[in-house]
Ligand binder design. Structure first.
Ligand code: ATP
Ligand code: MG
Length: 211
């Protein structure tokens, strides 16, 4: 197994949390904790994206750094697991390929939930092999407090008329921080204490990231 998932063979239910994680922060970690608290899921797998050349016109930090920060952030969280699966893969990564690889490595009989923002989920029809994806994987669509869920709920109702799928919606308590804000603080020499775990903060400073 190449993706850091050897220890998970005996588990039966997983949530997959993907992101650029440039850097990973307490917003991401809180989402993982809330999912463990409220769903019947044994492990949350954090998967940083491979190297997209650009995101919103900025150069994304090298995947080795983003991976290492994600790995460090897992410390102390018993049911969080880091996987380098997307970092190791060459070329563009699609969710369908990630889910297929996880199913192949961990067992086709296991339960997989892909976690994403409800607003991003509205665009699922544009994803590669979305019909197949909805068949082989369940979804947890997360929202922030105050998000109006009515559009999302009618979207899921329509989707369910077309095909069988399992989509839960879950409100995540607000953690008002983003990776972009963290990068900006670091570039200005301001503290990021409380936004990322201490070992991640040390890593950022020690490696001179975001300066
Ligand atoms: P950036 O500011 O660079 O866009 P980000 O903070 O949004 O970064 P990503 O790595 O892009 O972080 O996010 C991965 C996933 O986590 C996305 O689905 C995103 O919506 C979600 N997310 C980001 N910040 C938070 C937060 N504070 N609370 C809950 N979820 C979050
Ligand atoms: Mg974002």
């Amino acid at each position: 197994m190449e993706s850091g998932l050897k220890s998970l063979k005996n588990c039966r239910s997983f949530a997959i949390l993907g992101g650029t994680f440039d850097p990973i922060h307490y917003g991401h970690l809180t989402t993982g904790e809330e999912i463990l608290r409220r769903c019947d899921i044994e492990k949350v797998i954090f998967i940083p994206s491979g190297n997209p050349p650009h995101k919103n016109d900025r150069v994304v930090t090298e995947s080795q750094h983003r991976g290492e920060m994600t790995r460090l952030a897992m410390e102390g969280y018993e049911n969080f697991v880091y996987s380098s699966l997307e970092i190791e893969r060459e070329g563009k990564t699609y969710t369908i390929d990630t889910i297929k690889q996880l199913r192949a490595e961990l067992g086709e009989d296991k339960k997989f939930y892909f976690v994403m923002g409800a607003d991003a989920m509205l665009l699922i029809d544009t994803w590669k092999n979305s019909a197949e994806l909805l068949k082989i994987c369940s979804f947890i669509a997360v929202t922030r407090p105050g998000y109006d869920t009515s559009e999302f709920i009618s979207f899921v109702d329509e989707l369910k008329k077309r095909q069988e799928c399992d989509i839960k919606i879950m409100e995540i308590p607000a953690v008002d921080i983003s990776s972009s804000e963290i990068r900006e603080y670091v570039s200005k020499g301001e503290s990021i204490k409380g936004f990322v775990p201490e070992n991640v903060e040390k890593y950022i400073i020690g490696n001179g990231l975001y300066k």
